[in-house]
Design a protein around this ligand. Sequence first.
Ligand code: ATP
Ligand code: MG
Ligand code: FE
Length: 345
Amino acid sequence: MIVMGIESSCDETGVGIVRWRPDGTCELLADAVASSVDEHARFGGVVPEIASRAHLEAIVPTMREALAQAGIRTPDALAVTIGPGLAGALLVGVAAAKAYAAAWDVPFYAVNHLGGHVAVDTLEHGPMPACVALLVSGGHTHLLHVTDLSEPIVELGSTVDDAAGEAFDKVARLLGLGFPGGPALDSAAQFGDRSAIAFPRGMTGPRDSRHDFSFSGLKTAVARYVESKERAGEPLSIPDIAASFQEAVADVLTMKAVRAATDLGVETLVLGGGATANSRIRALAEERCAAAGLTLRVPKPRLCTDNGVMIAALGAHLVAGGAAPSELSAATDPGLSVAISQVFA
Ligand code: ATP
Ligand code: MG
Ligand code: FE
């Protein structure tokens, strides 16, 4: 069975194609992505109208590229991100998916973007056991409990303010490192001392029993630190600030993820989302999972950022799990809850 996935929730237009194998894994046949990230750079963040326009221009060429890569004319089923994401951006992918599904007469699955970030890991690391997933990107910071990819996902916690990737982008801008700031900040931090400045770790107190996160206090602490140094006329070490900020983010994310997995008694932690490209988040996750006896699964960076393959992988799990197709009348849902893996109408 061959499944196509279409993704357009943020600034990547992605079309992926996978072949479902009876052993519960997927084989990658095509991975075509067009990103509008460069067009947003001068605004310091994703501009929804620009993203929608870029999806409109990219969707048909990206679709053709994916079909050519896979060497097929039509898939057996088609899945698309129906939410969460930017309203106008989602509409482009969903409209295209409906048109192709109708024209090809193949079943249509309207799926949750967040579940795709978890499902994509099966391409590299095989069938997914019950796990805790930590999703960190420019738009999301979630801790999830996944028992089966074709079943609803339980949200254990999420950010109460900024997403982790967004905090990276905002602090990078403050330090004059450009957009998207995550990779630049990660590079700057390589030359810094991560214990130089004791930045706060939000929501890690004994009374924070839910697995939520907060990063806006940390962002403000970095801004106050920079201001106070400038006022005192003292030199600033960008590498030390970057390394200390990055340490605070990585510390909180990995500590809470490992705690959640241990509390629930699951043996696997899965990472997903573009910010998992961060070197310190990866290193600390490895260290702490090893210490806690957990298996860590991290997809390669290309599959951690938004792409169509992840949607194809989730679609394949739903089809194989016997889910009924969605209606072609299914509406986009920019605020879709992670508990809903598939939208029917
Ligand atoms: P969504 O939130 O819908 O998944 P997105 O476009 O915001 O979409 P991605 O494309 O998955 O998310 O990831 C981009 C984010 O990841 C940006 O915020 C970027 O700064 C961050 N990022 C990328 N590389 C790194 C890194 N090495 N360290 C920290 N953050 C990073
Ligand atoms: Mg992106
Ligand atoms: Fe995403």
